[in-house]
Design a protein around this ligand. Structure first.
Ligand code: BG6
Length: 487
């Protein structure tokens, strides 16, 4: 692993992600006393800002986005002492050379991390400039934000550009879902308990659903979003990572190679969707005007101010063609402007083979495990129970959940947000929760097949009113096979 980084450069340090997530997370680590004591943070972006101006921006970002109970002047002051800024237009070789000189001086031989939070087309040029200045020594690592490209070819080009400068074990590709407490708990649930693993396969599991529903619309990112759409923006990365953690074989160790070696096998086992399969296995939707949580909201095209065929909702019936999962559908769905925010994994077990209660006409619903990741963190196991009573005319059964509220169970613990965990891991050189090149490329390859199918069929997304669970055809996707979405 790379040595501890005591220098961090953030490219794109004045951008939306930096202000909402990156800077408040670093501040959170400062407040918790977890930043390496010697760490210096250098922001860079286009524009005329100086160190003072940047520190004012950082303070404002923390005041807005750090958790309400965690804004204290002493921590802020200590944090700002670490922070400096140097403007650079990444398209200008002179500016990049000047920035590289500053970084060299600031590092003073110590370990370094460079966090690229710019448009991805600049990743390769930035790395080239760092390499030209000799800043790609073994003590250095680079963090890359998503999206890495918009299809397989563009992601290969970006990864090639980065690989020309940094070895793969020095490249930390961020998928912030892997930094989430609930997502890591999925591994604890599966591999810290003996109970589930024997049942975790096609013999005992009927279907799996992975839902990432958001209530927000495109939030001022329409330029990017309209090029991307839900399939590229969410499914290619976050949902496929959740799929990997749900479906992978037990890794031998919780360390980068073991975990990622298992994830890539899942991605490579995804049955390719091509041609006519795309129409029968996927649904694209786009929201029209409606109401979310009682508030009226405009449709996607109204927000955009023009016509568009970009999907804001996508649902896929996926299959993992291997021994463990043969025949089990994995329903994936994600959308903007859904009725409520919710990320969850739903595992439905197979029905009992024979009911001894059939005489009473009792319906025996299959067991199900619900793993809610956000906003709630909850594990619920739906079990059949006897409905209390004298059972004249036969036993009555009801489904009741064994319900574990993790926020309550761990009420004493501070909740670390995703980027806090990821920054700390990256500064310490631990890549377990970062995405390897082969994973990104396998994910793009699969997603490219869906895009090609949509393109060939000249598909227009089906509309759905904001505040609903997507177009009617998403319901058909499951019901046709005797399954229903959990709502
Ligand atoms: C980002 C997407 O990767 O994830 C956004 O680009 C989306 O469109 C966001 O809103 C969701 O993240 P979270 O942490 O709020 O679930």
């Amino acid at each position: 692993t790379a040595p501890l980084a005591t220098h961090l450069t953030i490219f794109g340090a004045t951008g939306d992600l930096a202000q909402r997530m990156l800077l408040p997370s670093l501040y959170g680590l400062q407040r918790e006393g977890l930043l390496p004591p010697a760490l210096r943070i250098l922001g860079s972006a286009r524009g005329e800002l100086d160190g003072e101006g940047f520190r004012t921006l950082v303070a404002a970002a923390i005041a807005r986005h750090a958790p309400a109970g965690e804004r204290d002047p002493a921590s802020l002051r200590a944090f700002l002492e670490r922070v400096d800024f140097q403007p650079a237009d990444v398209s200008s070789p002179e500016a990049m050379a000047a920035l590289a000189r500053t970084i060299t001086a600031a590092r003073d031989g110590g370990g370094a991390a460079y966090h690229l939070s710019t448009a991805p087309r600049w990743y390769a040029p930035i790395c080239a400039a760092l390499g030209a200045a000799g800043l790609n020594d073994p003590g250095a690592r680079v963090l890359l934000e998503k999206p890495i490209g918009h299809d397989l070819a563009s992601s290969v080009a970006i990864n090639d550009g980065v690989a020309a400068v940094f070895d793969e074990d020095r490249v930390f590709r961020v998928d912030h879902y892997l930094g989430k407490e609930g997502v890591q708990n999925l591994l604890a649930l599966r591999f810290g308990n003996a109970l589930f693993e024997p049942l975790w396969n096609a013999r005992h599991i009927e279907q799996v659903q992975i839902t990432v529903a958001e209530t927000v619309g495109v939030e001022g990112r329409a330029g990017y979003y309209d090029e991307a759409g839900a399939l590229r923006d969410m499914l290619q990365n976050h949902l496929l990572q959740l799929l990997c953690l749900t479906a992978m074989e037990p890794p031998a160790h919780f360390e980068p190679h073991s975990v990622r070696n298992e994830k890539i096998k899942v991605l490579r086992s995804l049955r390719p969707l091509r041609g006519g399969d795309v129409a029968s296995h996927t649904v694209a939707g786009q929201y029209t005007a409606g109401a979310v949580g009682g508030t009226a909201v405009p449709g996607y095209r109204d927000e955009l101010g023009r016509d568009s065929r970009t999907e804001t909702f996508v649902a896929v019936r996926a299959h993992i063609d291997n021994w463990r999962w043969s025949g089990v559908p994995f329903y994936l769905r994600t959308g903007k402007r859904m009725p409520r925010r919710c990320t969850e994994i739903y595992i439905q077990f197979r029905a009992i083979p024979h009911s001894i209660f059939a005489g009473g006409g009792a319906r025996v619903a299959p067991n199900a495990l619900v793993i809610a990741l956000q906003p709630e963190e909850r594990i619920a196991l739906a079990l059949m129970n006897k409905t209390p009573g004298l059972d004249r005319g036969g036993v009555k059964l009801s489904q009741v959940a064994l319900d574990l509220d993790l926020r309550h169970a761990f009420a004493e613990q501070r909740r670390f947000i995703a980027y806090e965990r990821l920054y700390l891991d990256a500064l310490e050189g631990n890549g377990t929760l970062f995405v390897r090149r082969d994973e990104i490329e396998a994910a793009w390859q699969w997603v490219d097949g869906i895009h090609a199918g949509w393109r060939d069929a000249d598909l227009t997304p089906k509309s759905y009113p904001a505040g609903t669970w997507g177009p009617a055809s998403a319901v058909v996707l499951t019901e046709r096979h005797g399954h229903s979405w959990r709502e």
